[in-house]
Design a protein around this ligand. Structure first.
Ligand code: ZN
Length: 237
């Protein structure tokens, strides 16, 4: 938790996570910032005039914001904001936009006000840049996996977590064990099967790969969704 001094203004890069109307004229905004975690601020006059903040207070924009705790006390105020990166490649693509907005919603649900998750801001930047270029469903899987990892639940999907074998007829995900179990080690109902273990993290994967790979991406996504539900009580789909 960062201690803010009264009257001191603070500059940071930020993504908008949440925006709710406040009174007739204002908005209360939540930002994920690069250096100060999740920060809440009031944007005075933002409802009345879009020009007040140059109309850039939008999701999927990387912003440069300046905030200040008023000397008289009260809510932190947004003084100024500038557009750093509009991620036009994502905005131009409907499906990519849907995926990106889902990420913003999830981050908003798992990071409380005042809390900081190291590496999360950079992960969003990297994810949004990759989403505009590489295979979307794959980038989504990598993002979900890395988000879980940064929240303290890094799943080992490279081998069986019990016997450490990396080749088997099938692997099954176990949220309790925090990874994959091979057929021999797995007991109980077999829910999520994977033909092979999942390799390390990399964003680069071209579109239009084989149908088999599509199955594999879907299976991995189901695994991370199960992880989010089990560990954080959040459904990413
Ligand atoms: Zn095993």
């Amino acid at each position: 938790m960062v201690v803010k001094k009264i009257g001191e203004s603070l500059k940071d890069q930020a993504f908008l996570l949440r925006s709710v109307p406040y009174g007739d004229d204002h908005r209360i905004l939540s930002f994920l910032t690069a250096s100060h975690g999740r920060v809440e601020a009031i944007a005075l006059g933002a409802r009345k005039s879009a020009r007040r903040f140059s109309g850039i207070l939008d999701f999927l924009h990387c912003l440069e914001i300046e905030t200040q705790v008023p000397r008289r006390g009260g809510l932190t105020q947004l003084l100024h904001c500038e557009l750093r990166e509009p991620y036009e490649g994502v905005r131009a693509d409907y499906e990519a936009t849907i995926v990106a907005l889902k990420w913003i919603r999830m981050v908003s649900r798992v990071v409380p006000e005042g809390q900081s998750v190291p590496g999360l801001f950079a992960l969003l930047q990297e994810g949004l840049s990759s989403l505009a270029v590489y295979r979307r469903d794959w980038v989504d899987v990598v993002f979900l996996r890395q988000l879980l990892g940064r929240l303290g639940f890094l799943l080992d999907l490279s081998r069986c977590v019990l016997c450490h074998r990396d080749r088997a007829e099938a692997f099954y995900f176990s949220a309790e064990e925090g990874g994959l179990l091979c057929e021999a080690c797995h007991r109980g109902p077999k829910v999520q099967a994977l033909a092979g273990a999942i390799p390390g993290d990399f964003w680069e994967r071209e579109s239009g790969a084989s149908e088999e790979e599509g199955d594999w991406v879907r299976a991995s996504r189901a695994i991370f969704a199960a992880g989010f539900r089990h560990y954080l009580g959040v459904d990413p789909e």
